[in-house]
Write a protein that binds this ligand. Structure first.
Ligand code: GLN
Length: 338
């Protein structure tokens, strides 16, 4: 499908709300207790600095659009954001160049391929993928405005910090470790460049992307960042408008399509919400209008998605009544969440 016109304006938006704060807090604690003992999955080993993460670490944070947060376990422990930077960076690029141009330039279709696939670039003649996999994310980073690498980095750091509502910092050890073992992403950047899909020097794009992935966040930061996407682009604590409501829609759409890479269909089938995973074990799940969930647990499945993160998202999506595809026959009583 080619570019379509923008949305037809309407003042009516149908969303809903989370159950009471007591219910949310108690379900967050229950999920932590229930899934803390799951010992499946394997800590990422591709980036040496991530391989030392403790498989026991497990944090959960839910943020409501009114700014309330509900936490359990290691919710305040920092870890590198990795691929969870991708939806937010895409949002900032949409805001900078316009969401139609961002879509036409980067692509928004699923690749059905692993996150680090080089084939993702070769798949189409134009070299388009989507901004949730490394190829499209590196291309998105190369579109960041700024006259030189430092100005581009300031844009990225300022933008991601505005989503978090606090100044984020780079984990120097993770940054250096990934830089030293970055052959896969360097290959992707060369291929993008050969397809005229890179808008700055390949070396600059890779350096910015790697730095962006090494930013430190906690599960609570991520819940608030993701909650900004659930809240029409307004950060629930700072009150700052980070992006426009329409861009939230666009970002959530690509998260649905490709947030969990080649297992995005399985995720949507079971959880029914936009989600995104990262190789350091973080996951975000967004319930538009209601709030967002973030988890951190390093052991990953084969596709690179946190095992406990997926179990928690499934449990909370069900128990908090978040699945976007859920409905009840008209006239049937809808029970209160437990
Ligand atoms: N920095 C990682 C990479 O580019 C991010 C990948 C991920 O989190 N899945 O390989």
């Amino acid at each position: 499908m080619s570019s379509s016109p923008g949305p037809i304006p309407s003042s009516w938006v149908s969303t809903g709300h989370l159950p009471t704060p007591e219910v949310v807090q108690s379900l967050v604690r229950e999920a932590h207790a229930q899934f803390g003992s799951v010992d499946q999955g394997r800590v990422a080993h591709g980036i040496p600095a991530l391989a030392t993460a403790s498989p026991q670490s497990f944090g959960i944070s839910v943020a409501a659009t009114n700014g309330a947060t509900f936490n359990a376990g290691d919710w305040a422990v920092p870890f590198s954001i990795q691929s969870l930077s991708k939806p937010f960076l895409f949002a900032l690029v949409c805001e900078a160049i316009g969401e139609q141009l961002a879509r036409d330039t980067l692509g928004v279709n699923s690749t059905g391929l692993p996150f680090n696939s080089v084939l993702a670039v070769e798949r189409t003649e134009e070299g388009l993928s989507n901004p949730m996999v490394n190829a499209g994310a590196i291309a998105a980073t190369s579109l960041v405005p700024g006259e030189d690498a430092e100005a581009k980095w300031r844009f990225i750091l300022d933008g991601l910090s505005r989503f978090a509502g606090r100044r984020l910092e780079v984990d120097a050890a993770v940054y250096q470790s990934e830089q030293a073992t970055n052959a896969g992403n360097e290959n992707i950047a060369s291929l993008l460049s050969a397809h005229q899909q890179l808008w700055c020097e390949p070396r600059t794009a890779i350096d910015l992307y790697t730095r962006q992935c090494a930013l430190l966040v906690t599960a609570q930061d991520l819940a608030l960042m993701a909650c900004t996407l659930a809240n029409g682009g307004r950060q629930p604590l700072s009150g700052e408008t980070v992006i426009a409501p329409l861009i939230c829609r666009r970002v959530l759409a690509v998260m649905v399509t490709a947030g969990l890479y080649e297992t995005s269909g399985d995720w949507l089938y079971q959880i029914g919400l936009p989600g995104k995973s990262g190789v350091s074990g973080g996951m975000i799940t967004v319930a538009p209008g209601k709030g967002a969930l973030a988890t951190w647990s390093p052991p990953l499945d084969e596709a690179g998605n946190s095992v406990r993160g997926q179990l928690t998202a499934h449990f909370l999506s069900e128990r908090l009544g978040l699945n976007l595809f859920d409905s009840r026959p008209s006239g049937e009583a809808i029970g209160q969440a437990p």
